[in-house]
Write a protein that binds this ligand. Structure first.
Ligand SMILES: Nc1ncnc2c1ncn2[C@@H]1O[C@H](COP(=O)(O)OP(=O)(O)O)[C@@H](O)[C@H]1O
Ligand SMILES: [Mg+2]
Length: 266
């Protein structure tokens, strides 16, 4: 589908990092360890975009900023036209319901004490959805991620890595979000499973027509899961454009290095 011009996420001149406090009297002084230097990013309705960068470049930090979990030191963060950090926590949570999120490591992300059906329906908790409707939605998304409804009564420990990732994807779309954000969606999985998960994400994109934002260190994954990409290097976006053009005509030295290591790996 052709992306429309509606902005789903917009970051303008975002600077963000983590506050550290010293020991003893130094604890009176807060210091921000800046991770994201000056980020400008726009994600449009229905598009597939990737953020590519090596480990430690600030990818997960960038997602925390978008997910309302890390207030930037400066700059604007808008989700569906609303500047999220200007709202109270509860209002912010409401706006952020338009986002579906699949965290980095499926093995760590799932609460081992909860049954799969509780995990999947979690985004609908504290909404006014009737139990029968929740049940119906759970069955709908479990089919969409091609799992049998037999697994609904199981616990995460009984599932394979690929199944866990499908459960997380089911949970991320149950509330019909405008955008699906995936943090390294294949990196914790066996190579044989990675292609299946990529195909599943692309099928969901076609069916639900939502925007897909994938964070990855892997150019190959980005090529399959996005049309447009930005390259993040030490907290700066050093290059952006169509992924095929970035790969064939890289402009930045760091992008060249990424491509060389990608080509060496295939
Ligand atoms: N909770 C945190 N507190 C302090 N520093 C952090 C925290 N999380 C990440 N960092 C630092 O921020 C930098 C970027 O980390 P991250 O955003 O996780 O990178 P990536 O996801 O690209 O691997 C790293 O130097 C990391 O050590
Ligand atoms: Mg990360």
């Amino acid at each position: 589908m052709v992306p429309s011009n509606n902005l789903i996420v917009s970051l303008k001149d975002v600077v963000a990092g983590y506050t550290t406090t010293g020991k003893g009297w130094r604890s009176l002084f807060k210091h921000v360890n800046v991770v994201l230097k000056n980020i400008n990013l726009r994600v449009y309705d229905g598009e597939r975009i990737a953020i590519i960068g090596e480990s430690g470049s600030g990818k997960t930090t960038l997602l925390k900023v978008i997910l309302g979990l890390l207030k930037p030191v400066s700059g604007r963060v808008e989700v569906l036209g609303k500047e999220i950090y200007r709202f109270s926590w509860s209002e912010r949570v409401n706006i952020l319901k338009q986002i579906g999120y699949v965290p980095q490591d499926p093995y760590k992300a799932l609460n081992p004490k909860l049954r799969v059906k509780t995990i999947i329906s979690e985004p609908l908790e504290s909404t006014n959805t009737e139990p029968e409707e929740i049940e119906g939605r759970v069955r709908e998304v479990i089919r969409m991620v091609q799992l049998s409804d037999k697994i609904l009564d199981k616990y995460p420990g009984e599932l394979s890595g690929g199944m866990m990732q499908r459960v997380l994807i089911a949970r991320s779309i149950i509330h019909d979000p405008e955008i699906l954000i995936l943090d390294e969606p294949t990196s914790a999985l066996d190579v044989s499973i990675q292609a299946q998960i990529i195909e599943l994400i692309n099928n969901i994109h076609k069916k639900l027509e939502l925007a897909i934002l994938t964070v990855t260190h892997d150019l190959g994954v980005a090529q399959y899961l996005s049309n447009r990409a930005v390259i993040l290097y030490r907290g700066n976006i050093v290059e952006e454009g169509y992924i095929d053009e970035i790969i064939t005509k890289p402009k930045h030295e760091y992008t060249n290095l990424l491509i060389a290591s990608y080509k060496a790996s295939i």
